[in-house]
Unconditional design. Structure first.
Length: 314
């Protein structure tokens, strides 16, 4: 790998971090890496030193790869142990090491994996590590020392560009959001916070004064992991799944939270200046039904006029 090719790869990774949606970045980054380093599959994610997986992106592997690993391989993974013992340094395992490791031999048996380059990078503030394993499903050719060194160079940039992609996408979402009171954060599968806007932290501490992170409080975690929104006294949380991570949207609770989806639609249209007849025509309702819904909106939100409604939905 010459300096020109490495430079081109890194430029592309940083461009991807700015341009790609959160759910596409890892796949595109690995596909680009494949142009310069031959591998057949990969596993990229975030883990605890105990090997618990906090974020998982299997590349050209079955979707349940992480579950298989946790159930069958986790406790006897000598490749992970080697990576964790030398953070920041890529380790290389060949067919002989796979064959003599109880956990890795299962990967060969079930997924035909026979070689791997594995790099682990620590994130001390969260007591977590980013890992990336590049696999070959054939015995030859063996990974070269130059390829191992190449991973040493590239892995920190994969971590940096992935993190930048989170932050940039949060900024885009915030800029596109009509509700300027909304703030965002990113958490992993174990509900551990990886990135958050300052207002998100303030809302969390208003709801849970003793909370200091990085894990979400149990009440919020249970709701979000079950796919439900969380609504408390001081915060309303909504989650969106993306690539093994959760994008969280936080805001102060609103009287609109108690409205039905139909009532919210009608309230938004009326607040934007549309008439009863226009709303009724667009929804296939009668004007009288629209009026009935708006009376319920006013009652639930404890407001009395259109001006208050307009202020509420902004």
């Amino acid at each position: 790998m010459n300096a020109s090719a490495l430079s081109s790869l890194l430029l592309d990774l940083y461009r991807y971090s700015r341009e790609l949606p959160l759910g596409e970045f890892q796949g595109q980054a690995l596909a680009r890496l494949q142009q310069d380093l031959s591998f057949d599959a990969a596993w990229w994610g975030v883990a605890h030193p105990s090997h618990d997986i906090h974020g998982s992106f299997p590349y050209k592997l079955p979707a349940d790869y992480a579950n298989f690993y946790l159930e069958r391989v986790q406790d006897t993974d000598s490749l992970a142990e080697a990576g964790l013992s030398s953070p920041g340094q890529t380790v290389c395992f060949g067919p002989a090491q796979f064959a003599t490791s109880p956990g890795l031999s299962l990967l060969t048996e079930h997924f035909a994996i026979q070689q791997a380059l594995c790099t682990v990078l620590d994130t001390p503030t969260l007591n977590l590590s980013m890992f990336i394993s590049l696999y070959r499903t054939r015995r030859e050719p063996a990974f070269l020392e130059s390829e191992r060194q190449f991973c040493d160079c590239v892995a920190p940039h994969l971590w940096a560009t992935w993190t930048s992609n989170w932050i940039i996408q949060m900024e885009h979402i915030r800029a596109d959001s009509a509700a300027t009171r909304i703030s965002h954060a990113i958490v992993d599968q174990r509900a551990v916070l990886h990135s958050a806007e300052p207002r998100f932290v303030k809302l969390m501490q208003a709801e849970w004064p003793q909370w200091r992170g990085p894990a979400l409080p149990p009440t919020a975690r249970r709701s979000l992991q079950a796919g439900r929104d969380y609504r408390g006294r001081s915060i309303a949380l909504r989650s969106y799944q993306s690539c093994g991570l959760m994008l969280l949207e936080a805001r102060a609770p609103s009287a609109l939270d108690s409205l039905s989806p139909r009532e919210k639609t009608i309230a938004a249209a009326f607040g934007e200046g549309r008439s009863y007849k226009q709303i009724a025509a667009s929804l296939g309702l009668s004007p009288a039904t629209v009026r009935h819904h708006l009376r319920r909106v006013y009652s639930k939100a404890n407001i009395s006029n259109k001006s208050e409604l307009t202020s509420l939905i902004k």
